[in-house]
Design a protein around this ligand. Structure first.
Ligand SMILES: NC(=O)c1ccc[n+]([C@@H]2O[C@H](COP(=O)([O-])OP(=O)(O)OC[C@H]3O[C@@H](n4cnc5c(N)ncnc54)[C@H](OP(=O)(O)O)[C@@H]3O)[C@@H](O)[C@H]2O)c1
Length: 332
């Protein structure tokens, strides 16, 4: 089969198209013919050798995809050859930048017919992360004001829509006027251009926009130095959900920025959640049903052929994407 493999850790140039033997589904596994693979920050971290569970090269990156079931291993029930599915795998060796991938059956979710496979390929990581953070951790309600950082990113563009659908007031923070305008199109009620509000100016603007009270929820998809700002933007009894460190830099935390406000800091890491028992299938099915119903707009901004994985990573790392980048792998 065709695949893109990392022969050594490094920049986007180490993503090399190769021919490798077809994998075979073992007991409890599903062989998926990949139609589309989502591109994630985690893939860039795996490629660079700084992801916590990446293993050593040579390895095929890619932690989410959608496609067709090509075979099922011994003991697999409820999933059959020919079904349209989405799959998630950051737990074992990843590998969706390939025509075929083997996945544990518990990480494969059957798709409603109405959901396009290219869009479905973006649900298992960015959308599921935004969904879990806002619904299961922050428990967002219509009474909340929610700040979404990097609101035009893969996770951010999902979070804006999920929070708005819950009835919350959404303040979208993003790095350019183009990105904030786009976040408003997705349903953000108020936008904040981070490039015009560096450092504490962003905090002051969030406080101004919330009448001095601070936000009820901050979804911190940036981390690093930006995390300290999230703590200052939260209001009394609020919840900060931290799920990223995009700049791979330390955060400086002043505990006085959150304990006097009785605020909660909640962490999220999807792979570790699965390792500790989380089964993503019910949440993914609910998300897919909402996409099928037209409740959410899955923002796929760039689709590139598999052998252009390098260009996909370069685009992601230039940080000018609005929504998701997807690799087109096989025929629908
Ligand atoms: N913990 C988990 O399980 C989990 C799951 C999914 C994603 N994540 C993390 O969540 C973050 C967002 O994911 P994504 O897929 O939505 O990413 P993405 O589409 O690549 O967006 C990342 C955005 O972060 C903003 N940013 C701020 N400071 C940055 C910096 N120093 N370098 C690069 N970008 C910077 C940029 O937006 P602006 O230009 O608007 O500032 C950039 O476009 C990533 O860090 C990812 O690893 C974590």
């Amino acid at each position: 089969m065709r695949a893109v493999r990392i022969e050594e850790f490094g920049g986007p140039e180490v993503l090399v198209p190769v021919e490798v033997p077809d994998p075979v589904a073992g007991p409890g596994q599903v062989l998926v013919k990949v139609v589309a693979a989502g591109v994630n920050r985690a893939d860039a971290l795996i490629r660079a050798g700084v992801y916590h569970r990446a293993g050593r090269p040579p390895l095929i990156p890619g932690v989410e995809a959608a496609g067709i079931v090509a075979a099922v291993g011994e003991g697999v029930t409820g999933i059959g050859v020919g079904q349209r599915v989405m799959a998630l795998d950051g737990v074992n060796a990843p590998g969706f930048y390939a025509e075929l991938a083997v996945v544990p059956a518990g990480q494969v979710t059957i798709l409603p017919d109405a959901v396009d496979l290219t869009e479905a390929a973006t649900l298992p990581v960015a959308w599921l992360s935004a969904w879990y953070c806002l619904r299961s951790l922050a428990k967002v309600t219509k009474d909340d004001t929610v700040v979404v950082k990097a609101a035009a990113s893969g996770v951010g563009s999902a979070a804006v829509q999920i929070a708005a659908e819950a009835g919350a007031r959404v303040i979208a923070v993003a790095g350019s006027p183009e990105k904030t305008a786009w976040a408003a199109e997705l349903g953000a009620h108020v936008t904040l251009d981070a490039s015009a509000h560096p450092d504490d100016a962003e905090v002051e603007e969030v406080l101004r926009l919330t009448g001095g009270r601070g936000a009820d929820v901050v979804l911190d998809t940036v981390g690093g130095r930006a995390f300290g700002r999230s703590l200052r933007e939260i209001g009394h009894g609020g919840r900060v959900v931290a799920l990223a460190n995009v700049a791979l830099e330390p955060s400086t935390v002043d505990t006085r920025d959150f304990y006097p406000k009785n605020a909660a800091v909640l962490g999220f890491q999807l792979t570790n959640l699965q390792i500790h028992g989380y089964d993503p299938r019910a949440d993914l099915r609910e998300l897919a049903d909402r996409v099928a119903a037209g409740t959410y707009r899955v923002a796929v901004e760039t689709v590139l052929p598999l052998d252009q994985a390098r260009a996909a990573h370069e685009r992601l790392e230039r940080r000018d994407n609005r929504g998701k980048i997807v690799l087109a792998v096989g025929e629908n």
